[in-house]
Design a protein around this ligand. Structure first.
Ligand code: KG4
Ligand code: ZN
Length: 335
């Protein structure tokens, strides 16, 4: 079975073709360069970019897979959460194709897609149902959430950020330090330059409450702002802020994820989202995994940020389980 995946929830226009769990192609075109001077995604610009690029991105994905439109058996498309205008472009495209070719269509939750990306290895997907039950974690620019996943399609959120998402905090600190957008990779790079031994002791919020799986990152961001404002603003200070900030965020993330495994008794963890690109986060998660004897699934770096492979990969499982949408499918900006 050939599954087409379409993802347009934020600033990436993406299409992918999967055949029975194998990735045949993945095309991603990002409008991030158009947003960088504003320090964040401008929804109207993102929607216009999707409108312009959805057809060429789809055609390129088909071409790279060596397939024709007639070969597609079913269509998966992100229905939310995400920017309404962005989601609607992908949905309109997917619904039009479904109608024109009488193909089954399925709306996929973007966060579930991020988790599904964690089990793809060398272009082959291991079904999420094969690792059930697991703790699902999404750490991105829009979300920081922990899910208890015991049944396909029915994931229960057991922790979430009360304010900023982790990636959003990286982006804001990057803006404060005038590093650019998106901030994650830039803050990570600067943090690497710090070789001092007196990092700033930023608080690790909500760690003391032993039961809480929630996050709060806006306090660390504000503390970084005040520290920077009152500092000499030298290059070393910049590296120190990045290093200390990154550590505070990552300590909190790692601690809460493994806390979730202890509180639920579930010993498998599947993580996804743009922040999983972060090398220190990957290292810390892996080191801790060995101590706690937990099975850990981290996506390959190419599938951490938004892509359509993750949408098609998760949809294959749902389609096979008989799940379908219809042409009343609409955007769910809040998920
Ligand atoms: O999953 P994603 O591509 O889009 C959303 O669904 O939000 O995540 C984008 C986020 C941005 O906030 C970006 O700064 C962050 O992921 N990010 C990183 C790194 N690479 C991307 N954060 C920390 N370290 C990185 N290396
Ligand atoms: Zn995402």
């Amino acid at each position: 079975m050939i599954t087409l995946g379409i993802e347009t929830s934020c600033d990436e226009t993406a299409a992918a073709i999967l055949e029975d769990g194998k990735v045949l192609s993945s095309e991603v075109s990002s409008s991030v360069h158009l947003h960088s001077r504003y320090g964040g995604v401008i929804p109207e610009i993102a929607s216009r970019f999707h409108t312009e690029f959805i057809c060429p991105v789809f055609e390129k994905a088909l071409h790279d897979a060596g397939k024709r439109v007639e070969d597609i058996d079913r269509i998966a498309v992100t229905e939310g959460p995400g920017l309404p205008g962005s989601l609607l472009v992908g949905l309109a495209f997917a619904k039009a194709l479904s109608f024109a070719r009488t193909l089954p269509i399925l709306g996929v939750n973007h966060l579930h897609g991020h988790m599904a990306a964690s089990t793809i290895r060398d272009g082959v997907k291991l079904p999420l149902s094969g690792i059930m039950p697991f703790i699902g974690v999404v750490v991105s620019g829009g979300h920081t959430s922990i899910f208890e996943c015991r049944e396909l399609g029915k994931f229960r959120e057991i922790g979430r950020t009360r304010d900023d998402a982790a990636g959003e905090a990286f982006d804001k600190v990057s803006k404060i330090l005038d590093l650019g957008y998106p901030g994650g990779p830039l803050v990570e790079e600067k943090a690497r330059g710090y070789d001092g031994d007196d990092p700033i002791p930023f608080a690790r919020p909500l760690l003391k409450d032993e039961e809480s799986l929630d996050f709060s990152f806006s306090g660390i961001k504000t503390a970084a702002l005040y520290y920077w404002r009152d500092s000499s603003r030298s290059e070393e200070e910049k590296e120190k802020v990045c290093f200390s900030f990154q550590n505070a965020i990552i300590d909190t993330l790692v601690e809460k994820v493994y806390r979730a495994t202890r509180l639920t008794g579930i010993k498998r963890v599947a993580v996804g989202g743009g922040v999983v690109n972060n090398t220190l986060f990957r290292q810390r998660m892996t080191e801790r995994r060995e101590k706690e004897d937990v099975e850990l699934y981290l996506p390959e770096k190419r599938y951490c940020s938004d892509n359509a492979v993750m949408i098609a990969a998760y949809a294959e499982e749902l389609f096979d389980a008989g799940v379908r949408s219809d042409l009343t499918l609409n955007a769910k900006p809040l998920g």
